[in-house]
Design a protein around this ligand. Structure first.
Ligand SMILES: Nc1ncnc2c1ncn2[C@@H]1O[C@H](COP(=O)(O)OP(=O)(O)OP(=O)(O)O)[C@@H](O)[C@H]1O
Length: 732
């Protein structure tokens, strides 16, 4: 059925599942599905993946009519975009954003000149476009390239539609294999397993449809690699035991077959072969992906090189006394010990929850170091907000994110290679619990032996988002001096937040409530969502958008997920008004004033950074978005880059790490099920500077506080450090 897109009802950004309203001239729309209509157009609802959300491109939709509680809709099985033939249609298509470098005015000029032959000319004799004013050779190259890509892309999208695969996946394949994509898809789809986001399961479905043998060696290899990769993402594991890996592989490779098609022996022999050829590393029956094994080993080696005592400073006590007097701080015994430890050891760790005096100790350390040694100090933290806080609270400017300090772009690049050597005599890293194995490797390999290093953090927070449990392992290995600051000084300032955070940390469910720490009971998800949004709007009115944050355990599924809350809040928090620029990117409309969060590391922005959209301008027929981050840095994004950005009125607990706000609002429902964990609620609560509002079921909060230690990760960093140190000292 030939249709036109009319409006979006719903789009899931992750898998591009869309529900849209369409119109058609086709009279075969069932009566029950007809929404409204004019004399010659019938309106109805269609649902499916990757539907066109572009008014300029018509679609041919094929599918089944299905009825649910919202009425009858077309469940789309196949959607083909139809390149338009009319003057308006071609102009609309060319200026739809699919083809870079052509805006509305240029499109009109092209069509005026070439008429119905326009698309043919762009495809076969694009040089003729040089006759058009404003089209330079450089622009022409861009137009030809993106036109070609959009054509190839359409073919890939059609092929992938039968596997329910999204446009974004088609884009990834196309980026990697270009014009060869379709051929590779049909012949050997396992090659796609190397493309990020292209999991074994997806590729396996394509391969099976194309008749690939289920016990083919490459299928088993890719299955094993997939399971190890999956163990990183799902459990934060660096390795799986051989037994566990074989059991998982057997289940995976035989799934969906009536009988055993891949034997355990065959999987075992492929695994052995992969270990011998270096595709995997098997060490003491622990099976690793090679780069993760390397990251763990190399980090352990460098830790051994960095650790050790420094020269003695006989004046240390006197200098500390002078520093205390200058700063007006009377440190407790533990705090003094922390200063001494840091000055007497090349590598040391300070841990403590909020308000335990970590910053106070840091100030003393910086002052003592300045007086005793006075060389270059470098301070860094995983997020820019944490880095800014470090500078502000210590009064020493220049703290940066770890990524910026290391000049890292994408972590995937240069695995195992040393990057940028850090030219400093003393390096302090805050919020160390957020650092995963791969970032830790980059960090430590960048620090030259002889540099003094102090790691600061709170190991009771969530472990890093990426695999590994670096900070906890460094503490637990027992080879690096650690000072634990436990006394909460901020309690004396009458804050319920630090007091309750401390109780949560210890697993106590007896919390104290007042205006700074509230629990608002709600029985249902709908009720909680309504109340949460109205409380959020009220808090924003009082404190400003930048100081209020919703932190939720889940990103998708349900009204209390960050995705749903952002959708529901966007127009309320930042409504469209006359003169406020906005622009559509895919299904989302971005507006000046929106709060957004970066979801991937790039050259200039670290994953997790939060900023405000301050400008949307059209420059040279390209829409440019300007985002200002917390350190006043302005970064420009084009429409494609905005895929790396999410609205951030609500964010997940994982993405909140290393940041803080005045007011935090947290939904807590039983339906969060396996997200109800102590370190999750502890992390969320400790993000607040002055007010915590919990909304939901009290029992869910209690359950979360009671459940600890579910994050056991397979890592051996601590074991490796111990082994290496003992070898170095001849087992003494
Ligand atoms: N020895 C001390 N005597 C009295 N007050 C102290 C002492 N140490 C710290 N404080 C006070 O306790 C409060 C919390 O200290 P600080 O900011 O250093 O903790 P923190 O661990 O860095 O907290 P957060 O992680 O929440 O920023 C501050 O007001 C600080 O002045």
């Amino acid at each position: 059925m030939r249709c036109a897109y009319e409006r979006t009802i719903f789009v899931n950004e992750e898998d591009r599942f869309c529900i849209i309203e369409c119109s058609t001239k086709d009279p075969n729309v069932p009566k029950e599905a007809k929404k409204k209509g004019t004399k010659d157009r019938i309106f109805f609802v269609a649902a499916g993946h990757n539907l066109s959300l572009n008014h300029s491109i018509e679609m041919e939709l094929h599918g089944k009519w299905e009825k649910d509680r919202y009425g009858m809709k077309l469940k789309v099985e196949n959607c083909i975009e139809i390149v338009p033939q009319t003057r308006e249609g071609i102009i609309g298509y060319l200026s739809s954003g699919l083809i870079k470098g052509i805006g509305r005015a240029t499109a009109e000029e092209i069509v005026d000149q070439f008429g119905a032959k326009t698309l043919e000319i762009i495809e076969f004799t694009p040089e003729k476009l040089l006759q058009i004013r404003g089209i330079t050779s450089r622009k022409l190259r861009e137009i030809s390239k993106t036109y070609q890509e959009s054509r190839e892309l359409r073919d890939i999208v059609s092929f992938l539609a039968q596997f329910d695969l999204s446009v974004s996946k088609a884009l990834k394949i196309h980026k990697e294999f270009g014009a060869q994509s379709l051929d590779v898809l049909q012949r050997n789809p396992y090659q796609f397993c190397g493309i990020s986001g292209f999991g074994f399961l997806t590729v396996d479905a394509i391969a099976r449809k194309n008749g690939c043998k289920p016990d083919h060696k490459q299928r088993i290899e890719e299955g094993l690699l997939y399971l190890l990769d999956n163990a990183q993402g799902n459990g934060g594991h660096l390795y799986l035991s051989k037994e566990e890996l074989l059991a998982q592989a057997y289940g995976l490779l035989n799934h969906g077959f009536a009988q055993e098609t891949v034997s355990m022996e065959k999987i075992g022999s492929v695994l052995t072969h992969m270990s011998l050829s270096g595709q995997l590393v098997s060490d003491n029956d622990c099976v690793y992906l090679p780069y993760l094994y390397g990251a763990e080993r190399r980090t352990a080696e460098r830790i051994c090189e960095l650790a050790g005592e420094t020269e003695l400073y006989p004046d240390l006590n006197d200098v500390l006394q002078e520093a205390q007097e200058k700063l007006g701080i009377i440190p407790a015994q533990k705090q003094k010990e922390a200063v001494n430890m840091c000055m007497e050891n090349a590598l040391s760790i300070i841990t403590g929850g909020p308000g335990t005096g970590k910053t106070t100790v840091l100030k003393l350390i910086l002052e003592v170091y300045h007086r005793l040694i006075g060389k270059t100090v470098m301070m860094m933290a995983p997020t820019s907000m944490a880095a800014n806080k470090m500078s502000e609270s210590t009064g020493v400017s220049g703290a940066s994110t770890i990524h910026r300090a290391l000049q890292l772009r994408y972590l995937e690049e240069n695995d195992g290679e040393e990057c940028q050597t850090l030219e400093a005599d003393f390096i302090i890293v805050d919020e160390m619990s957020m650092t995963d194995m791969r970032l830790a490797e980059k960090l430590f390999l960048s620090i030259k032996p002889g540099t003094r290093v102090l790691l600061v953090g709170d190991p009771d927070q969530l472990p890093s988002v990426g695999a590994g449990n670096v900070f906890r392992e460094l503490i637990d290995c027992g080879k690096i001096p650690v000072t634990r600051l436990e006394f909460v000084y901020r309690q004396q300032e009458g804050s319920r937040i630090t007091e309750n955070a401390e109780r949560i940390r210890k697993g106590s469910c007896t919390l104290q409530y007042d205006d700074s720490f509230r629990f608002v009971p709600c029985k249902t998800q709908d009720q909680a969502s309504d109340l949460l949004r109205s409380l959020y709007l009220q808090e924003v009115k009082e404190n400003g958008l930048e100081e209020v944050q919703i932190i939720t355990p889940v990103r998708r599924n349900g009204e209390l997920s960050s995705n749903s809350l952002n959708r529901a809040l966007h127009d309320q928090v930042n409504p469209p008004t006359f003169g406020k620029n906005e622009a559509r990117v895919g299904a989302r409309i971005f507006r000046v004033g929106d709060r957004v969060q970066q979801m991937e590391n790039t050259e200039t922005v670290s994953n997790g950074e939060i900023g405000t959209l301050t400008g949307i301008e059209v420059q040279d027929e390209t829409t440019v978005f300007t985002i200002q981050f917390s350190d006043s840095r302005e970064v420009h994004y084009e429409a494609d880059d905005m895929a790396k950005v999410q609205f951030s009125f609500a964010i997940t607990v994982h993405k909140s790490q290393g940041n803080e706000w005045k007011t935090i609002i947290i939904p807590m429902m039983y339906r969060f099920y396996n997200m109800l964990r102590r370190n999750l609620i502890y992390t969320a609560v400790t993000r607040s500077k002055s007010k915590v509002i919990l909304i939901g079921e009290r029992g869910a909060l209690m359950k979360a506080i009671r459940i600890s230690d579910v994050d056991k990760r397979n890592t051996r960093l601590s074991e490796q450090i111990i082994q290496m140190m003992e070898q170095n000292t001849g087992g003494v």
